[in-house]
Design a protein around this ligand. Structure first.
Ligand code: K1U
Ligand code: ZN
Length: 167
């Protein structure tokens, strides 16, 4: 397995639209394994392929306390949404920034698993938030885009300054 490098906002590659996976083969399973290793090492509770500059519809998530409940979503699609919920989100592509976003409180998602089998999952709480956040990545959307223009400019400037200071 391998730890992959994660793109940082405002990298324009984070806005690419991911394509559906046409065949769930050994290459896709290997990519899912590498993404899981990258997510656990970061550490994070989710990772979308977009964040590692692979523009395929593939997401890994583990919101368990014990970090032993890996979920792999291939070609995920939200098929039901209910209610709203505010949650303070973070993102491995926007390090050190935490902001509250309003999303659906309960969702039902349909996807393929790592064997290419269709499954559905009903989620609420942090898992529902994380699934929506990761599917947004596949659509080229970063969570800061839910914030005001002023906040987005401040975040961009802060991250650009941080990059300059580490050069
Ligand atoms: O998409 C990502 O960049 C991963 C992101 C997922 C996420 C977090 C919070 C709300 C919505 C989506 C993260 O994992 S940020 C890091 C984080 O939240 C965390 C890290 C270690 C332990 C617990 C949480
Ligand atoms: Zn993210």
């Amino acid at each position: 397995m391998a730890i992959l490098s994660i793109l940082h906002y405002p990298d324009p590659r984070l806005h690419k639209i991911a394509k559906p996976v046409l065949e769930v083969d050994a290459k896709i399973r290997r990519l899912a394994d590498d993404m899981a290793e990258t997510m656990y090492a970061a550490p994070g509770i989710g990772l979308a392929a977009t964040q590692i500059d692979v523009h395929l519809q593939l997401v890994v998530i583990d919101t368990s306390e014990t970090r032993d409940n890996l979920l792999v979503f291939i070609n995920p699609r939200i098929i039901e949404l209910e209610g709203t919920r505010d949650y303070e989100e973070g993102c491995l592509s926007v390090p050190g920034i935490y902001e509250t976003v309003t999303r659906s409180g309960r969702i039902k998602v349909e996807a393929l698993d790592r064997n290419g089998e269709v499954f559905t999952l009903e989620a609420e709480g942090l898992l529902a938030v994380c699934i929506q956040h990761e599917i947004d990545h596949l659509h080229g959307k970063v969570f800061v885009e839910y914030l005001s223009q002023l906040k987005q400019v401040r975040i961009k400037n802060k991250l650009k300054k941080r990059i300059r200071e580490t050069m």
